[in-house]
Design a protein around this ligand. Sequence first.
Ligand SMILES: [Zn+2]
Length: 263
Amino acid sequence: MWMDTHAHLYFPEFSEDREEVIVRAQKEGVDRIVVVATDLASSRAALALAQEHASLACTVGIHPKSAEDAAAPGFLADLEEIAAHDKVAAVGEIGLDYHRLPSDPQAAEAEKDGQRRAFRAQLAFAREKNLPVVIHQRSAWEDTLATLDEVDNAVRCVFHCFGEGPERLQELIRRGHFVSFTGIITFPNAPLAKASAQAAPIDKFFLETDCPFLAPVPHRGRRCESWHVRLVAEEIARLRGDPVSVVAEASSRNARAFFRFTD
Ligand SMILES: [Zn+2]
């Protein structure tokens, strides 16, 4: 019934009780969790977890803040080896993150260059493998869209942890992309995300937790887990004036189609 489309279950925050977290999610009706990788090591860890649990799928990819992993020669061969497994549902999280760049302008430019190179290479990889893409974008809106425009938006993307306003949401929808909302939607200081959740067409968004981060109210500040996706849905339903069941059903259907889950 519920799907958490973005969880980092391999993080050390879950090392004491990972199995319980997965079982608890299932008991709460979260029948699918997508474990999202951020570098080569976590791509392998996410796959290993997904192979152990029927309810888990995973992604393969290198986050812009780990772009040095994508500077190694042959990194695409590593991605390819991991992506050969049928538990791999997408490439991600990849993208651009210009938040907290080095203060030295030359070093900042060098980091942006490295991020763009990693992003372009992985977009081409996703296109070749015919996999959808989980996008991480922070403080790099124009460059992220420009990079997607370079490949004619020929890969289907979800902009995860969407916190931008309705105008930017429309820019993505026009390009054929999707968004997913986290617990940020429940924070009082997130007016843009709330406005986008109200404005989003019912067939264009999914739910996620980004756990262990971003626990929704009333768990804010504590460790987030996959079952919290229900609290994200409740707030979206409240904002939209829709029944929770409508948000649950539509968001799961959208995500199933996006990741091409057939069961
Ligand atoms: Zn994430």
